[in-house]
Design a binder for this molecule. Structure first.
Ligand code: E4P
Length: 217
């Protein structure tokens, strides 16, 4: 499963990319607003940090304008993925942009039928929002499993991008259920490695090794 980082903060991205384990980035209008930066400028800056896919979301809700915006975003860099909402207009724009060879990420997915329609529209990625379903008392992970089963049964190649990740448990569950990508907030990304037994075990190994007085070098 690929790891994307869900932020428009280039400082946070720089640290995450330094691990060598990050494959791409997703942004959305809320994250752009949080960054306080110009949308096109920060998108270009992120695209320079990686050769991996960088999702940038259209602002319009009307198909023809989404297509115009999508083409402008796609011109920023070759690795831009145009993010479109899961509406009839968004799916129409998805078809048009896909026919032009532009990669798309259809976002705000909450049902298997929505995911199916996005795949039919040629979406490169589908973004099911796991955490927002959990917030309502539903089981967001069930949606990941259902979309995996549906895409496999129907032979769709649209990649399942688990989004709205709230904690490390979502990441491992998404991987177990066959998601192709998880887009992870920076805070959760750093939490993935943490375990007190790892820290305690390493402390003991370092101390015991020192007591031997040996050197490997
Ligand atoms: C994904 O592409 C979205 O940007 C993001 O995962 C939404 O997460 P949220 O529900 O925490 O806002």
């Amino acid at each position: 499963m690929k790891i994307f980082i869900d932020t428009a903060d280039t400082g946070e991205l720089k640290e995450a990319f330094a691990t060598g384990l990050v494959d791409g980035v997703t942004t959305n209008p809320s994250l752009i607003a949080k960054s306080g930066r110009d949308f096109k400028e920060v998108t270009a800056a992120i695209c320079e940090m990686t050769e991996g896919p960088v999702s940038a979301e259209v602002a319009s809700t009307e198909a023809a304008t989404m297509v115009k915006e999508g083409r402008i975003l796609a011109d920023i860099a070759q690795n831009v993925v145009v993010k479109l909402p899961l509406t009839w207009d968004g799916l129409k724009a998805c078809q048009d942009l896909s026919e032009d060879g532009i990669n798309t990420n259809v976002t705000l997915c909450f049902t298997p039928n929505q995911a199916w329609l996005a795949a039919k529209a040629g979406a490169t990625y589908i973004s099911p929002f796991v955490g927002r379903l959990d917030d309502l008392g539903a089981d967001g992970m069930e949606l990941i499993g259902d979309i995996r089963a549906l895409y496999d049964a129907q032979g769709y190649e649209t990649e399942i991008l688990a989004a709205s990740i709230r904690g490390p448990h979502h990441v491992s569950q998404a991987a177990l259920l066959g998601a192709d990508v998880a887009t992870i907030p920076p805070k959760v990304f750093w939490q993935l490695l943490n375990h007190p037994l790892t820290d305690r075990g390493l402390d003991a190994f370092v101390k015991d090794w020192a007591s031997t007085g040996q050197s490997i070098l």
